[in-house]
Write a protein that binds this ligand. Sequence first.
Ligand SMILES: Cc1cc2nc3c(=O)[nH]c(=O)nc-3n(C[C@H](O)[C@H](O)[C@H](O)COP(=O)(O)OP(=O)(O)OC[C@H]3O[C@@H](n4cnc5c(N)ncnc54)[C@H](O)[C@@H]3O)c2cc1C
Length: 428
Amino acid sequence: MEKVECIVVGGGLAGLSAAYGLAGAGAEVMVLERGDYSGAKNVTGGRLYVSPIRGFYPELWEEAPFERPVARELITMMGDGAHTTFELASDRLAHPPQSYTVVRARLDQWLAEKVGEKGGMVVPGMKVDELLRKEGRIVGIRAGADEIGADVVVVAEGVLRLLAEPAGLAARPVDRDHALGYKEVIELPAGVIEDRWNLNPGEGAAQLFLGSVTQGMLGGGFLYTNKESISLGVVVGMQAMKADGREIKSHELLDRWKELPQIKPLVAGGTVAEYSAHAIPEGGIAKVPRLYGDGYVLAGDAAGLSLNALVTVRGMDFAIASGYYAAQAILRARQAGDFSAAGLASYEVALRDSFVLKDLETARIYPQFMELPRLFTHYPTAVSRLFEDVFTIGPGPTPSLMKKAWKGIRRDFLNLGTLQDAWLARKL
Ligand SMILES: Cc1cc2nc3c(=O)[nH]c(=O)nc-3n(C[C@H](O)[C@H](O)[C@H](O)COP(=O)(O)OP(=O)(O)OC[C@H]3O[C@@H](n4cnc5c(N)ncnc54)[C@H](O)[C@@H]3O)c2cc1C
């Protein structure tokens, strides 16, 4: 059997980040990617937080093909016939940028080229069918009739774990811990994007939506402005979707949402250039498996490293960081000539010491919090109703501002349900 030092399964951000670190240090590394090119098969909403990863491979991020630095944050709560948007415009968000919108087809391909420049081999169009095990240890991969051996395999195949689960490295994904995302890339001229979102030239906006976008089910909508397109999508919890008694099909949510009068003007005149759908791990730290073993490490979505914190969505920075730490641990193992679990254990230690597992630990309660149904039904409507009261001038005498506000607060927020939700929210 042909043999290389390191095989990376999956040329997404996790796999490419690992390969870049390994190749840069002179290790022999081969990345196997089933898509025609890196970025062809994977999906993201579209915003990468760069502050956490600036310290890794700093030479890369200055020239990365990002779209726009996010200078405006918008959260829209969509209720019945009304919606409320909170908007933050801040120079400090954009100078220096803490996050950028990205298009994966561009970003991943570029990173694959960088891996190649360091001497790594990225093989597109190569689907791995099996992780090979011998005497309890991962010893290589099988792709069709070909078997390739390796000292270590970086399993960065993404969320579905079609290889990791049969090999016994991680549990089979279950509905409760996953969401489904549908996304369109809609082309619009740069000037239209800047006018529509009130942006300075070159700057970007990120807008998240809660409430009627998912017809009240766990999930939400997202909109990110790229250079000359917007990424628009809907994410819905798989279990919430299945448990819903109505005849709603998940893939119809995006179309229905786009037809709402609040969204129509945002996409008006645009041309849909791309449509994609993808699963997202949302089980949090409790569902992260053991991250290493004899002859392998797990990175990125395959390891469940993603975090939906309602107003921030992260996975790409975790993927890049886990790839970086995987490379560091493998290089240490290589130096010691020990690719056993003991030799690779520093991977998990490093992740535990880093923002990746620390942030997931901080957010341990989030998946449970996100299951509160009122988050996606009652509150988005109640917030708009409160502001409607405040802004309404009726035919008779108008109560004082505080009286109007109190009436709304008492009606919609001072009740047992809200207190119960607030009790759980105190742990956020
Ligand atoms: C709708 C949606 C919105 C999101 N929004 C955001 C966001 O705004 N910000 C953020 O940070 N994160 C976001 N995420 C999460 C983020 O996209 C992921 O966490 C990230 O892409 C994980 O990177 P990865 O490299 O681990 O996996 P992937 O990007 O999925 O890469 C895995 C790669 O492995 C390849 N592969 C799979 N199986 C095989 C095989 N058998 N053989 C060979 N190759 C294989 C795939 O083709 C793919 O290229 C979002 C995800 C979705 C779906």
